[in-house]
Design a protein around this ligand. Structure first.
Ligand code: HEC
Length: 184
């Protein structure tokens, strides 16, 4: 029997094709790692498709994992306590009513969004998870390393109140809060 007479079944071609495809993908992936082909500079804006894919994943992963346990309502004292931590820890990146985020925050990729209407996009349980657990591969820290569970809920209470606060209200809260000795 000559080699030309050997018939190769279609499924064998399909497997060979898959393996060749996987090999090519692997080689491209390795080249990205070894030759530094992915531009990691934060000054380079994310490709819109990449930004959409990562943010959409973040939204769905949060919805999937956050659960629904949250206090039925928040007290004014929680909002005031949450404000103090927000103003100390979050406002530099996320800004507030009438307060710009720090200029350097625009140098982050992804850039931290303003949270004026975050309470309309997320449930309290979801906000608690984002704040406590952070968002990987972005500059959003997991605050559970620094804040107690109660402090995290206080911040959720404040974020829930934020859509109703004017720039003047924010400054009144600042005036009513004791001066803070921690560095910003
Ligand atoms: C060093 C900057 C930085 C600080 C400080 C920071 N964040 Fe963030 N935060 C980010 C970034 C960047 C994102 C965007 C993550 C993404 O694109 O998925 C984010 C996302 C979020 C989101 C989700 C926003 C949305 O609608 O997609 C919430 C809510 C949030 N942060 C709350 C807070 C709170 C509350 C604090 C303070 C306890 C805080 N963050 C402190 C950088 C920061």
């Amino acid at each position: 029997m000559k080699l030309a007479d050997v018939t190769i079944p279609a499924f064998a071609w399909a497997i060979a094709g898959w393996l060749a495809g996987l090999g090519t993908l692997g080689a491209v992936g390795l080249a990205v790692l070894v030759f530094g082909l992915f531009d990691v500079r934060a000054s380079t804006p994310d490709n819109p498709l990449f930004a959409w894919a990562t943010h959409t994943t973040m939204i769905h992963a949060t919805q999937r994992r956050a659960g629904s346990s949250a206090p039925a309502r928040f007290t004014a004292a929680q909002v005031q306590a949450g404000f103090a931590d927000y103003d100390r820890l979050c406002v530099s990146c996320h800004g507030g009513p009438g307060v710009d985020r720090q200029r350097w925050a625009s140098g982050m990729e992804p850039t931290p969004p303003y949270l004026l209407d975050a309470a309309r996009n997320w449930t309290p349980a979801q906000l608690k998870m984002i704040i406590g657990d952070g968002v990987r591969m972005t500059g959003m820290p997991a605050w559970r390393t620094a804040l107690s569970n109660a402090q995290q809920w206080d911040i959720v209470a404040f974020v829930e109140a934020m859509p109703y606060l004017s720039a003047g209200d924010y400054q009144k809260l600042r005036a009513a809060s004791p001066p803070d000795s921690d560095c910003h």
